[in-house]
Design a protein. Sequence first.
Length: 550
Amino acid sequence: MRISPLYSNVVTTTLCIATLLMPCSAFSKDWVYTVVQGDNLWNFSELHLDSVLRFEKLRTLNNIQNPKRMKPGSKIRVPLKWVKSNPVPAEVVAISGTAQLIHPDNKIDQISAAGTLIKLGDRIKTGSESSIAIKFADNSILTLHANSLIQFNHLSAHGVTGMVDSRLHLLEGRIDTRVTPATGPGSRFEIHTPSAISAVRGTEYRAAVAQASHSSNIEVLHGKVAVKGGKKQRLVNAGFGTRVEKGKQPIKPRKLLKAPSLNPFPERIRILNQTLSWKPVKSALRYRTEISDEENFNTIIWQKTSDYPKVGLPDLLDGNYFIRVRGIDNLGLEGRQLVSRFVMDTRPQPPVQLKPSEGKVFRGKTPQLQWTNSAEAARYQLEIANDEDFTQLVVNLDGIDKTHFDTSKLSQTNKYYWRLTSIAPDGEYGPVGSTRSYEVKPMPEKISASMDVSDDGNLSASWRPGSPGQSYQVQMAYDSDFKDMEFDKNTSKPSLSFKPIIGQFRYLRIRGIEADGYQGPWGAVQRIDPTPDKSIWAIPLISIIGILLL
């Protein structure tokens, strides 16, 4: 009889789920042991069974003719209920941040280091920006992320058979699991959430409790996971995820989002807040970025979710790190992840430049450079150059142990660029600090005007033209203090005409205004004598205008 492919697929899926849930199935209650050289039935019973009195029943069940000399390679079938079972604690193998160990009597201990043992009925609660790695008797590893709560409902092993039974209840938050392949029917690894049960026999997957415990997400990275919810079971293969709402069956497994593709970034990070970016992932609403100092990400030292395909890296101690990024879809299912290595090398940090401010212009004087005292530095390297690329260095000192530098020896007018590098006590140079610039310009000269009479009878003041782009401010007043102003004008020409006044002394002064707005010094104040009360044409010019330099 030909079996249809559809029927075959259904049967295969059913068998896979049954295999994953072996401890609950009828055919999984026997443990099969392979005899090795030197085994005898009495020693075997003493080592593996709950009572040596089962010796005879085991001999009869397996039709063993010579219990003292069993043949290597032969099989012994043992009912699982006869196999010795003993409680076995889990162990904290790594921690980042803070976590609490809550005992069944509600006594709370702070978990401060690896080596803490976790027993049946204990709970662990992680703090914000914290994570903890837990190892079970079969070497399976579980990572509990920040702001999560998990309870250990069952922790046992079947003697030294290698079969371990671990059942946990994730009440809040997120976990990653890397489960060791099962070694027999007595092996079990189950994660219960308020809405689902996930059973595995060797796989890597993530679980999360969302929306105030009303739903759970399961994402399978390797292997298979049997997920049960609302009396319905689904087999979720690698690369797929499912969502389970309380009282409902798991949704049809959905393919996880593709792993992002990182844009180029330096392997050695030398500046703080370096931006990491990646190409947008189709259907991703958000992204999760995690950093660990372990390639297997047993603990997370920093994580962030963002709405955009980029993130600024945190301030970390110098060292080797690993970063992973994945997209999150509209159900909250987190996709496949990229993993990349980078080196943080941002210390010692450069000091903060205080003075002068960026781009400041100095007229006729040079500045004193000032910066903060970096706690990580023993001394500083100061570079001053005539170009922004620092190829034309005029100062390059690496033994400065003060936080200031006098630039008076750089008397040449020019635009200068300067930067600092911290040097640690052991001689390590940190990253180069930011570049600042300042400019030294000559002080504008005082303007001296000459007076004349133009052809139309007006008075005319003129002076020597200044630098390109320079304009001029001209003031005329009836008093030498320039409080009683006649006019205050700006002109781009080195001359100005004005009408003579009969019987009134007036005072004139002029200053240059540079193209950048800098106002030069006032020139000499000139007194303009009044015109006599008669036609100016009847008197020689020299007797009409008197100029007094005040």
